[in-house]
Design a protein around this ligand. Sequence first.
Ligand SMILES: [Zn+2]
Length: 432
Amino acid sequence: MLLTMRSGDRPKLGNVRIEGRRISALGAIEPRTGDEILDCSGCVILPGFIQTHIHLSQTLFRNTAENLSLLDWLEQRILPFEAAHTPESVAVSTELAVAELFLSGTTTGLTMEAARHTESVLEIVARLGLRAIVGRSLVDRAGRVANSPESVPVAIGNVQRLKQKWHGQADGRIEICLAPRFALGCSETLLREVAKMAAADGLRIHTHAAENYAEIDQVQRETGLGNIEYLDSLGVLGPSTFIAHCIHLKPGELDLLAESKTRVLHCPTANLKLGSGIAPVPEMLAKGISVSLGSDGAACNNALDMFREMRLAVLIQSGRLGVGHLNAMTALEMATRKAAEALGKEDEIGTLEVGKLADIVVIDLNRPNTCPAEDIVAAIVFSATPQNVRHVFADGRQVVSETALTEIDLGGLLPKAQESLSDLQARAKRQP
Ligand SMILES: [Zn+2]
């Protein structure tokens, strides 16, 4: 069964042919001599999921930062842990993230990493095959929820260097973005410089805003503005700007997002986990705002599983507004085609079409948790879990085969991750 995710397409019988990095045929395909054929009976073939907000280097912090709200979570756990990262621990964290992403059908990520050791992230992502737009956190203010500040020229210079070395690498699979962490970590000067560099160099901006009441109150006290109003006043909004959360908005801020065509990144699990709230996604969609999905980080989720995000995105709106305000197909579109459109990659990924890159997930619905799959979209969004992911292709390369990773050795990786976390916690304790 094929679900191309092209607008209006329904599930239909058919297969996919992959040649090199791309899809070369779709539908009723006659096998040719030499074809390698994968059995996909009982399965639905979909475009790979696209997560637009992840922190790969926080994956090692999974299950270490419980029962904390955003600012305490940052101050007590995440920032000290990020400061204790080494190139090796970032590499282990990234490999663990990619293993989980592939096993749960995600093939593309827009990421925000710690301020240090971003090259470790890029090296692992380049080697393992994830399509990724990677940003290093930019922070130039010191304070309770901002550490390792850099001067603005140093911060911008570091991004310039990453861009020169990595932007467009791995056949265009790797890109660099500008990732000012959030208003409480960034000065006005830094945010203005980010907007300038983004415009001059054609880079995306990836940031957080309007997530938590304490964060919003502090920005309001300091600037007299809401988070989105503040970013607007500095020229940061626009179609190449991606803002995670946008939970608590003033009425006019929804219009600012819509008018500027700024992209919203919705992270339902993380928003509930940190007690932040529920983003008004149906209201955003009604205004034509682009909304796509991300798991945020394993330190506030505690998984990187798109099935959970799609499911929860629907359920929390049903709980908030009643059923029918956000349906399963809308969530699946936010996880595929709409995310590709947000990233400006709709000609390459997000749907299954001849000529597009072969980022593909094969989901086995012939399992007890998804059977009967009478409504295939409901089965994917509400019933399926990563255990239903049978095969995954990323850029034409098979990264999951018969539910197992093809290139990552979990037997070696998992104990290494556990050990790496213990070492990192010991380093974090020794910090002043
Ligand atoms: Zn985040």
